[in-house]
Design a protein around this ligand. Structure first.
Ligand code: ADP
Ligand code: MG
Length: 362
């Protein structure tokens, strides 16, 4: 078991078009025995960061430590890590037993009886014990994924790194495997670094989310905090099941004026807005925090429905109002299906509004 620490870690690749900085001066810590998710859009540097932590890439600059041991120059096989990738790479002509046993290949001093015992134990925990003498081709996708996890975990690594291991699974299996992974983390609370581009996966699985954009860490927080206190507009947009509403406004005399409505400046922000002499702000309001009211006099503004989407337990309504150039999104109960051109009177709590500086996005 180990804590993982990166200090000012940078990786630049030279490409025909010049230098590509995949990882740009990253500082981060993954606590011992915690489940950390490295989240971000495609191409932001997640895989490169994971491969640096694993020792599969050499950093251009910066340091990596496992606990207090500097591993920056150590080869992967000298780091006691295991990795699982998107494509499950089980050996097709080996049985599942032989595949899992392969995970012990570099672990010294185990008799074959001891090895077999470890394999059996792992297979029982992962519920693939009945399948040990089958070949990978005879297993379902989920079973194969569990066998791959078994092969990675059987050697009891200090650090377990996973790169989008579920992105090839269908949606239902993905959700099932998610609970499976949570259970596995309880049984094997080994330090985990888990790469995904799926914010829902990150929110449900992790102790900590490391959100990346363009080679940098934008925010490292618990799932609750990253949802409730996003550092900037990018984070607010990236986290959450429905696209957040962003409305530009101008702070003036303790109020923020937008083309559609005016609100009082939330108290905790009044000071920072005053001290930073902010010219323009962007309000972020999650669709789930927008409330529909019957009486127009209780509303901040009124919109007209454009279209709606079924979300399963609710409807996501897309609506417009002449004063705003962007669509406004909010949810209503599934039973309240709107009619063409239906009007809604909307309001929200000041506490639920994020206020970002328009220029910096922060
Ligand atoms: P992610 O996993 O978040 O999709 P990657 O770490 O794979 O992102 O890639 C980050 C950036 O680095 C991308 O622009 C990618 O093209 C570039 N990159 C990654 N690996 C290499 C490489 N071996 N050579 C050149 N460029 C690379
Ligand atoms: Mg990747």
């Amino acid at each position: 078991m180990a804590l993982v620490k990166c200090e000012n870690l940078t990786k630049a690749f030279s490409t025909p078009n010049g230098e590509e900085i995949a990882v740009d001066g990253i500082d981060l810590t993954i606590d011992d025995n915690s489940f950390a998710t490295i989240l971000g859009p495609s191409g932001c540097g997640k895989t490169t960061l994971l491969r640096l932590i694993a020792g599969l890439e050499t950093p251009t600059s910066g340091e990596i430590y496992y606990d207090s041991v500097r591993v920056t120059d150590k080869r992967p096989q000298d780091r006691n890590i295991s990795m699982v990738f998107q494509q499950v790479a089980l050996f097709p002509f080996y049985t599942i037993r032989e595949n899992i046993q392969y995970g012990l290949k570099y672990v010294s001093d185990l008799s074959s009886a001891e090895q077999n015992e470890k394999v059996e134990e792992m297979a029982k925990i992962l519920d693939i014990h009945e399948l040990l003498d089958k070949k990978p081709g005879q297993l379902s996708g989920g079973q194969r994924q569990r066998a791959a996890l078994g092969r990675a975990l059987v050697r009891e690594p200090d650090v377990f790194l996973l790169d989008e291991p579920m992105s090839d699974l269908d949606e239902k299996l993905k959700v099932a495997m998610r609970s499976e992974l949570k259970k596995i983390h309880q049984q094997f609370p080994i330090t985990k670094g888990y790469v995904t581009h799926d914010q829902e996966e990150a929110l449900t699985l992790s102790d900590e989310i490391i959100l990346m954009n363009d080679g940098k860490v934008v925010q490292q927080s618990s799932p609750g905090e990253i949802y409730q206190e996003p550092n900037n507009v990018f984070v607010a947009q990236f986290i959450g099941n429905h696209e957040i509403n962003l409305i530009d406004g101008t702070p003036e005399n303790g109020q923020i004026s937008t083309p559609a409505f005016d609100i009082d400046v939330p108290e905790q922000l009044a000071q920072s807005i005053a001290s930073e002499a902010t010219d323009g702000v962007t309000l972020g309001i999650r669709p789930l925090d927008v409330q529909v009211v019957d009486d127009p006099s209780d509303a901040l503004f009124t919109v007209t429905m454009q279209f709606f989407e079924h979300m399963g337990d609710s409807l996501l309504v897309h609506a417009e109002t002449p004063s705003l150039s962007d669509i406004v999104r909010f949810t209503i109960p599934e039973v309240a299906e709107p009619m063409d051109g239906e009007q809604y009177h909307l309001t929200f709590e000041l506490d639920d509004v994020f206020v970002f500086d328009q220029q910096s996005g922060e």
